[in-house]
Design a binder for this molecule. Structure first.
Ligand code: NAD
Length: 514
């Protein structure tokens, strides 16, 4: 990505280059805050009609959008690949996420958004009907990173639109092309109501989004997440943050090592390791450590790296999206080696294109950055541990707490240990899967985030405000508590309150304590 030279008065452009081969693949305008403010004002004008459509009316548009996505799948995934340098398999996964999320939330929208009738509490309220109804925030701001240009925004935009909100989305300035096109598909491709917009630009554009919306859904780094939280606090608007991770994998002596080692390689290398939930640290019980390491090295060695032809599914692992990220990965590997770690495989970036070799590190410890800071690259660091207690202690020794995995054949042990892990999700005998279970929440503990996405109804209700409605069954001329205060009546009310609220006869009758 670079800024192309533009003459004074002309809008600035962001040029996007393919990480695998450096070719220019497109550009988008870098919008000014005032332009973003105008986009937000238009979205607000369109939102009431969208909310009034109700879940069934909105479903029609969501499903037309899904049809459009499928009709344009090849073209969109080529765009994903061109701006990220992913393998075709990694790019294709993004469409799978979009399909699942749209189908799940549109199918369940009516149930999730239904009014909730509840019984009143207390005798005095028995004459009332209580109902909780939900109303969307009018305008949701959606800010996303560069590792999943299509799947990333899709994970959150669907819930907000289904809720009846309008959405202003800002993709990463590094990979803005696919999302710009997908939003164009909403507007021009299917002619949907103008309640979804894509604004492009960098951090300033993101800040302008935060300044103009009623709720922020952010996915990205801890640093930006914290800045957004501060600004949202100043504006007194709610926000939801999905941030970085340093996910541990715990392999116990009774685990299926074949399966666990395959999962370690896939979990660490998928999307070239550029996934918030990728496996970054592995703790293996002493008795099976050597066997596990050798399986991981053999399987990682067999990976085919490159940006394969669209539709070919010929490579396992693609490029790194930014050179800054390559530098972070290289620094962490170098720091580990300087601290005494051994590189059993890989350890360096390729000479051409932005590829980093699949890398296996051993003899690591928690003084090294590869065990403390997010790597976001195709590396896996494996550490020998005495027993499960040491594994849990080390797994929890992190500022992050996004996801995790536990490997054992003992279900009771797995259940017990899952309650000791400090992370928003635990996959047992699998890696990464806990994240994509739409009926349960996905969210980070500690510095990995605030709030959750998905989680059944929560995936839509998080974009709504609750509104309590209390309706009188009997509309009397006056109420016992209304003016004027009548001493006899007020005394009677006080007596009744005591009679009904106390738990023993002495207090019910107001007798003094003996
Ligand atoms: P980033 O925080 O640098 O940028 C994310 C987005 O925020 C971009 O669109 C950027 O333009 C925007 N932004 C930057 N400054 C802003 C500001 N002051 N106000 C508003 N918006 C601003 O993150 P990144 O480098 O693009 O992405 C990588 C990070 O994302 C990693 O830490 C990764 O773990 C995390 N991530 C988390 C999840 C999750 O679900 N938990 C998923 C994917 C990625």
């Amino acid at each position: 990505m670079d800024r192309s030279g533009t003459a004074v008065g002309e809008p600035a452009e962001i040029s996007v280059r393919c990480p695998a081969d450096g070719r220019l693949v497109g550009s988008v305008p870098e919008l000014e805050p005032a332009e973003i403010e105008a986009v937000c004002a238009d979205l607000r004008l369109a939102q009431p009609a969208w909310e009034a459509l109700g879940p069934a009316g909105r479903r029609v548009w969501m499903l037309r959008w899904l049809d459009w996505l499928l009709d344009n799948e090849q073209r969109l995934l080529e765009m994903v690949q061109a701006e990220t340098g992913k393998s075709w398999g990694d790019a294709a996964l993004e469409m799978a996420v979009a399909i699942d999320v749209i189908n799940y939330f549109t199918k369940n929208a009516e149930k999730f958004l239904a009014d909730r009738r509840v019984k009143p509490a207390g005798v005095a309220n028995a004459v009332r009907r209580l109902r909780v109804q939900v109303r969307p925030y009018q305008l949701v701001g959606l800010i996303t990173p560069w590792n999943g240009p299509l799947g990333g925004p899709m994970m959150d935009v669907v819930g907000a639109l289904v809720a009846g909100a309008a959405v202003v989305s800002k993709p990463s300035e590094v990979t803005p092309l696919t999302w710009t096109e997908v939003v164009r598909g909403w507007r021009d491709g299917i002619g949907a109501p103008p309640v979804l917009a894509c604004v492009t630009g960098g951090g300033d554009a993101g800040a302008a989004v935060v300044d103009n919306v009623d709720m922020v859904m952010f996915t990205g780094s801890v640093r930006t997440g914290r800045a957004i939280a501060v600004r949202c606090a100043e504006r007194l608007i709610p926000f939801s943050l999905e941030l970085g991770g340093k996910d541990p994998m715990i392999v116990l002596a009774d685990a299926d090592l074949e399966r666990a080692s395959s999962a370690a390689v896939w979990g660490a290398m998928t999307n070239a390791g550029q996934a918030c939930i990728s496996v970054e640290r592995v703790y293996v019980e002493d008795a099976v450590y050597d066997r596990f390491v050798s399986l991981v090295v053999d399987k990682a060695k067999a990976l085919r790296q490159g940006m394969d032809k669209p539709g070919s599914f010929a490579c396992d692992i693609g490029a790194m999206v930014t050179s800054a990220q390559v530098a972070i990965v290289q620094d962490q590997v170098d720091d580990a080696v300087a601290g005494g770690a051994r590189v059993l495989l890989g350890g360096a970036s390729a000479r051409e294109g932005r590829f980093f070799e699949p890398t296996v590190l051993v003899d690591v410890d928690h003084s090294m950055t590869c065990m403390r800071e997010e790597t976001f690259g195709p590396t896996v660091a494996i550490m020998r541990v005495r027993d499960e207690d040491e594994a849990i202690t080390l797994a929890n020794d992190s500022q992050y707490g996004l996801s995790s995995s536990l490997w054992t054949r003992d279900r009771v042990k797995a259940e017990r240990l899952s309650r000791r892990i400090e992370a928003g999700s635990v996959s047992i005998n699998n890696a990464l899967v806990a994240t994509f279970q739409l009926p349960i929440p996905m969210g980070g503990w500690k510095n990995s985030g605030l709030g959750t996405r998905f989680g059944g109804a929560n995936g839509v209700l998080k974009y709504c405000r609750q509104q309590s409605v209390v309706e009188e069954r009997l509309a009397l001329k006056s109420e016992p508590l209304w003016y004027p205060v009548v001493p006899t009546r007020s005394r009677l009310i006080a007596k009744m309150t005591r009679m009904l609220g106390a738990h023993d006869w002495r207090r019910r009758l107001g007798r003094p304590a003996r």
